[in-house]
Design a protein around this ligand. Structure first.
Ligand code: URA
Length: 233
């Protein structure tokens, strides 16, 4: 890897500032001052900036318990981006694998590994996502017809030509259900319930694939994924 890129990936420096540090003679490789941005860093090289060792970060994999009124976006707009909650270097260079609406809470996966997030979000890969849903209108119980309707597929408004993929509905109480879907259409859960004449008033993602939201994470808290969780995708 080029030395300027190495510095960018291991520190908060932009490429331009990394070059300035190099020109000022602040960077050493195995004890020798290197000023060339194009210098190729050999494997195992001891790179130092102002005498402090700098090491390239590995890929990052994070789970966040998204609070309400935050955006799954790389920019802060009406609400702050979920990335603003991380407080890690270069947080805004990470991307969000599977977005949630501003008012939806729960599991958000964040990474800089494009292939990994593609496996989670690509429509051709089947990745089940489980949501805990609060409904405005109480359901009658039991309700095998509704369960069957979700399993069969729902015609969303504006997309009547095709049905949603089979979804698993588990009714916990008249106003609380668990819904597992394997697609990520725009506002899908809200639109599925709208199509059956109900309204979602609370939506919380609990699981994506085999990764479940860590119950120890309060709203707004995050942690790095374990190797086991990373490998499960
Ligand atoms: N479905 C929705 O309607 N909203 C979300 O945030 C996620 C799934």
């Amino acid at each position: 890897m080029r030395l300027d890129k190495y510095l960018c990936e291991s520190t908060e420096l932009s490429r331009a500032n990394a070059k300035k540090c190099l020109h000022r003679g602040e960077v050493t490789c195995d004890g020798v001052v290197v000023t060339s941005s194009a210098f190729k860093v050999p494997a195992g090289c001891d790179v130092r900036l102002l005498g402090e060792p700098v090491m390239v970060r590995g890929l990052r994999y994070i789970m966040l318990n998204k609070p309400q009124d935050t955006l799954c976006s790389n920019v802060d707009e009406v609400y702050p981006s979920v990335l603003s909650l991380l407080g890690v270097p270069k947080a805004y260079s990470l991307h969000i694998a599977g977005r949630l609406d501003a008012d939806t809470t729960g599991l958000v996966l964040i990474t800089d590994d494009g292939q990994w997030s593609h496996r989670l979000t690509s429509p051709v890969k089947v990745c089940a996502k489980r949501y805990r849903v609060q409904l405005a209108d109480p359901l009658t119980l039991p309700n095998p017809e509704l369960v069957a309707q979700f399993a069969h597929g729902i015609a969303l408004k504006g997309e009547e030509a095709s049905l949603t993929r089979s979804a698993t509905l588990e009714i916990l109480s008249p106003t609380e259900v668990l819904l597992t879907i394997t697609e990520g259409k725009y506002h899908q859960v809200k639109r599925m319930f709208a199509a059956v004449g109900n309204k979602v008033v609370g939506l919380h993602r609990e699981q994506a694939g085999r990764i479940a939201l860590d119950p120890d994470l309060g709203a707004g808290q995050w942690r790095y994924l374990t190797q086991h969780e990373i490998d499960s995708v």
